[in-house]
Design a binder for this molecule. Sequence first.
Ligand SMILES: Cc1cc2nc3c(=O)[nH]c(=O)nc-3n(C[C@H](O)[C@H](O)[C@H](O)COP(=O)(O)O)c2cc1C
Length: 338
Amino acid sequence: MYNGPLLAPMVRASFTGMRRIADKLGATCVHTDVVVASNIVQASIFESENGVVFVRNVQRVLHLEKDLMHKTIIQLAGNDPVVLSEACKKLQPYCAGLDLNVGCAKEWTQGCMGVALLQQPQLLLKIVTMMVASSEKPISVKIRLLDTPQQTASLIQDLFQVGISRVTIHMRQATEDREKHCARFMDFIDVIRFVSPENSSRIAANGGILCIDDYKQFVSLCKAENIPVPPVMLARGALRYPLLFEQIRAEMGEPIVQNDLKTTSDVIQFFVNTARVNETQFILKEKGEGGPENIPLDFMKKYRFYQQFFNGYILIKSGEMVDFTQMYILRSLNSLIF
Ligand SMILES: Cc1cc2nc3c(=O)[nH]c(=O)nc-3n(C[C@H](O)[C@H](O)[C@H](O)COP(=O)(O)O)c2cc1C
């Protein structure tokens, strides 16, 4: 399951449509976007023939599809060991594994969840120990690099000691921004040198692999430095070019999963259909029926109210998958015309 390539947890982007695309294109497992554990604990569960929805205060907190549960890893955030273990108990029937977010530095973490846990290793270990004890499903952790490879490796050894099944390292430090700072491939390799061989095979690499050439460069570095090539987790690369999963599988010598998505436009069509059915009110219309065309995404980002000019409908003409996933991420747009 963890052999890779893996779809990363991404807020508002690793939703069911994206998870399904990644699965079809060869991801060995797919992560949900991060969910705050207390929201799960307080949520009501609505099961249907096709899946399950967790709802809290009339808001959907999490949606999982039945036929993908065996590959889905739910990412949780929190800092209370009891709440996190309660969330694990509630979620475990619906997933293949649970992951703890120890990498996010965004505002919503309020300085006490996500990457903040790296500064509190004792609390982190207590949380993880309780998560492991309360779940029959494997528990993994996604971290960032610490100041030195020895420090990172030592934390990872401690995590494995308490029963973690896998660690993903986002190859940047806590203060580094994915848009501004390069991923630190060499630091990852140095960490692997300090981890015992039986554990090093349970570490995945994430960050800065946005196209097949990035992957090849990472692989050559690992080989040149004599470390086994780890599974990789894709985030922005998956959004920009989902066929990257297939390319990486081919590069790994893995069999290509048979599917009907051959081009970016197949992927977009699939995305639209899946999203329409499961997530939001997408509306399909033939091109040329009126309405604005070719609205640049940047423009829409700046002027979210723009949708109101067109009765709530926006027509996007784009051959880039990323435009569509970005549109979804904006969320304020819940009606798209293709
Ligand atoms: C839109 C978006 C949302 C993200 N949300 C999460 C999240 O929910 N949990 C998490 O651990 N990381 C999150 N990340 C970070 C990614 O999982 C990943 O660590 C980071 O983007 C580096 O990988 P990349 O260089 O391949 O994009 C997010 C990244 C993006 C682009």
